[in-house]
Every structure is written in structure tokens, then in C-alpha cells.
Design a protein around this ligand. Structure first.
Ligand code: SF4
Ligand code: SF4
Length: 358
């Protein structure tokens, strides 16, 4: 019997995406005349050739089981034209060549529990970092925080009545794959790791642990005559990166691992230059399964912005206009000297502002 042929390794990068495009997208690639949004969650693109494409965007729970992905694909086969794509914020999009297919597809998606929206000035799906599934250093369940928040912001995903688009994110460590967002939720460890010296020699590959520290705070040491490690606590930034290769360096802690909220980050050049986000709340409890304290602060910031910002102001534009003192007054968040900028140059930075001087 003939042996099945193994697929040959292809070392030349990702496959060409054009083979997977909806035929109208492939035909009109780079040749679009304009687009508009007939309703929240639906994009309508018109090409110079006269071809039209409707795109329906739905929210997903992001980390999906195979059954859910199959369900979404079955919907694509039955109610769309068999083509889907995922946006960077994990929304799924269905491309259609006929307007008459839009309403039945939306009805089916909503009946199956996938809200249609996330376009224009809405709160789009919250981006979150990989978390427990793919990474070894998470200090919280980033996807769980997303789920609890999106349950509360469900209607804001389906409507387009924010002043501008709002991007939220959650990150399960402070040092790696979290990005800039209008409102970001980030874990913070507030104490250096505690080392169980009895276990280090048996469990940890010490050079790997030393190499892992981003600020070179870990040194090999002999403790009670046994090989172990020591941490220079003045250098340690409490990032949590040393725990995975060396579990005896315990840093996760119900009391000292907290969540912080950062605001005003954006990547785009639209209207104003890209901005870094700044911390406006810290020390919030890492409190699964609903993270209510974090949700309350995020909603307070979000709805104050919604109420107070002018049309088309991103969250960073709004703060720039009203100034940080008014931001803290309006959101009723307590201001401490550790907020806004917490790096060592913050003194000069803050004194450069017309709003805060000390
Ligand atoms: S944010 Fe940090 S802990 Fe979370 S997935 Fe990224 S690198 Fe891992
Ligand atoms: S917590 Fe981070 S900074 Fe501190 S010792 Fe571990 S790896 Fe280094």
C-alpha cells in the first residue's frame, strides 16, 4: 500500500493570502473606490469596477474551542459565501457579494450568541495577551478579565455612539506582549520574588534563570552551603519572568499581585500622533472570576469619556484637552504620586506639563 505523502516543510514564510480571499476581494485587490458603514457591524466596499462587497463583523470569545470555530465556519458555509477572516482584535468577518444576504447572516449570528458590531466609534473586542494557553509567566487570566468586561460592555460593542473608537486591552505581565490601548488593564507584582533556597538546586537551571531577568538582578549564590540564587531587590522590577524557569522563586501572591489601569495609548497617526498610555489606577485586586473592582474603574473612565469628550476625540485627545487634574476629578479616581508617569524621568516630564507642576 502506498505510504501517504508527508507535506514538505516550506521555509519561505507564510503562504500567499490571496489564495484565501473572497473572489471579489481578490479581483478588486487595491482597486477600491470608497467604503461606508450601512449599520454598526457592517462595512460596504465599492470597487472601481462597480463590484460591491458587504462585510459583517461579529464578536467572539477570542479563545475558542474547536466546536465554536466549526460553528462559525458552518455559518460561513450556510449564510455567507464560505470566506471568513479574523481581525487583530479577534472579531470574525464574513464577506458577502449580495446585500440581501446581510440580514439573514446577522440574525443567525445573533441567534447563536455572537454580537454583530465592533465597527466605527464602538468599543471593539478587547485584545488580550496569550495568557495560560501559550505563555509561562502570566500573573492573571487576561482572557477572563476580557470576558467579564465584555459581558458588561456588550451593548457598547453593538452601538457606534462613543466619541471615537475605543480599544481596550488586558495583559498578564508588565514586560512583554501587551500593547498600547485607550484603556489597558495590566497585572503588577509589587514585591520581588521570595526564594525557597532548599529547592533551587534541585529544580532550577540557574544560568537559564539568571539569563531570564531583564534587568540582571539575579546572581548565583551559595546559601547554607547549597547552590542557590539571590536577587538584588534594588534592581528588581518585579516583572515575574524568573518564576517560570524556577518555581521556587515565587512571585504570584494574592495580596501583592495587583491590577493597574492605564489610559490614553494609541498606535494610529489619525488626528494626532501615536501616544503612550499612562497609569491612572493601581493596587486593584486580582479578583476572579468577575474582577468587579477592575470593571468598575474601567466603566467609570469609559463612560466619563463618553459623556465629556467632543466628537472624534480619542481618549488621549480628551485628556490632552481637559488636563490630568480634571481627568482625576471627573473620573473620581484618587491621584497619587505614583500615577501618570512612574519612571525615573517622570519628574522632568510632569514639570514640562502646563497642568501639573511640583
Ligand atoms: S503579557 Fe506577559 S505573561 Fe501574558 S502572554 Fe504576554 S508575555 Fe506572557
Ligand atoms: S521579578 Fe523580574 S526583575 Fe525581579 S528578579 Fe525576577 S526576572 Fe528579575
Amino acid at each position: 500500500m502506498a505510504q501517504p505523502q508527508m507535506r514538505k516543510a516550506d521555509e519561505c514564510g507564510v503562504p500567499d493570502n490571496k489564495q484565501y480571499l473572497h473572489p471579489l476581494l481578490a479581483k478588486n485587490y487595491g482597486n477600491w473606490k470608497y467604503h461606508d458603514r450601512p449599520r454598526p457591524g457592517v462595512l460596504h466596499h465599492v470597487a472601481h469596477t462597480g463590484d460591491e462587497v458587504w462585510t459583517v463583523r461579529a464578536g467572539t470569545q477570542r479563545q475558542m474551542d474547536v466546536g465554536t470555530i466549526r460553528k462559525l465556519c458552518d455559518i460561513a458555509d450556510q449564510y455567507a459565501e464560505g470566506h471568513v477572516r479574523f481581525t487583530i482584535r479577534s472579531n470574525i468577518e464574513y464577506m458577502l457579494s449580495k446585500e440581501s444576504m446581510v440580514a439573514p447572516l446577522i440574525a443567525k449570528l445573533e441567534a447563536e450568541g455572537f454580537p454583530v458590531g465592533g465597527t466605527g466609534n464602538s468599543v471593539s473586542m478587547i485584545a488580550h495577551t496569550q495568557g495560560w494557553l501559550h505563555c509561562d509567566i502570566p500573573g492573571t487570566d487576561a482572557s477572563g478579565v476580557v470576558k467579564s468586561l465584555m459581558d458588561d460592555l456588550y451593548e457598547e460593542f453593538k452601538r457606534e455612539d462613543m466619541p471615537n473608537r475605543v480599544h481596550l486591552s488586558t495583559s498578564c505581565c508588565e514586560i512583554n506582549c501587551g500593547g498600547q490601548a485607550d484603556i489597558a488593564i495590566i497585572i503588577q507584582h509589587t514585591k520581588p520574588p521570595k526564594i525557597n533556597h532548599d529547592l533551587v538546586a534541585n529544580v532550577c537551571e540557574r544560568p537559564a534563570v539568571v539569563a531570564r531577568c531583564p534587568v540582571a538582578a539575579i546572581r548565583p549564590a551559595l546559601v547554607n552551603g547549597r547552590p542557590s540564587l539571590e536577587v538584588d531587590e534594588k534592581k528588581c522590577i518585579c516583572c515575574g519572568a524568573c518564576y517560570p524557569p524556577c518555581p521556587p522563586m515565587q512571585i504570584n501572591d494574592p495580596e501583592h499581585s495587583k491590577l493597574a489601569i492605564w489610559v490614553g495609548g494609541k498606535n494610529s497617526n489619525a488626528r494626532a500622533k501615536p501616544t503612550f498610555m499612562k497609569m491612572v489606577a493601581s493596587g486593584l485586586p486580582n479578583n476572579p472570576p468577575r474582577w468587579t473592582e477592575v470593571g468598575d474603574v474601567v466603566k467609570k473612565i469609559l463612560f466619563t469619556y463618553k459623556e465629556d469628550a467632543r466628537p472624534w476625540e480619542r481618549l488621549s485627545d480628551w485628556i490632552d484637552r481637559i488636563g490630568w487634574p480634571r481627568f482625576f476629578e471627573k473620573t473620581e479616581l484618587p491621584f497619587t504620586k505614583y500615577l501618570i508617569d512612574d519612571w525615573r524621568g517622570s519628574r522632568a516630564n510632569l514639570n514640562a506639563s502646563t497642568h501639573i507642576r511640583f
